[in-house]
Design a protein around this ligand. Sequence first.
Ligand SMILES: [Zn+2]
Length: 79
Amino acid sequence: MFRVTLTTLIFIYLAVFLNSVFFVWIMWNWKRARQSRRALRYRLRCALCAFEFEDTTTTLLPRCPRCGSLNERFRPSSL
Ligand SMILES: [Zn+2]
């Protein structure tokens, strides 16, 4: 049996606790970013009238339902 001082024991306890909090925070943030990407996957913004719409087709240049212009598939930036 090896001997451990109280200071070392407290240090180990704090290190394990903080590492687990950090790991949970990283996983939560990763999950939140993934959900955000999935929600905005088909969302497009018209370059002409700035109207945001969803297009689930695979067309190269989707047409804006408001003004009818053709748009490239740029992802709208999130705030
Ligand atoms: Zn438009």
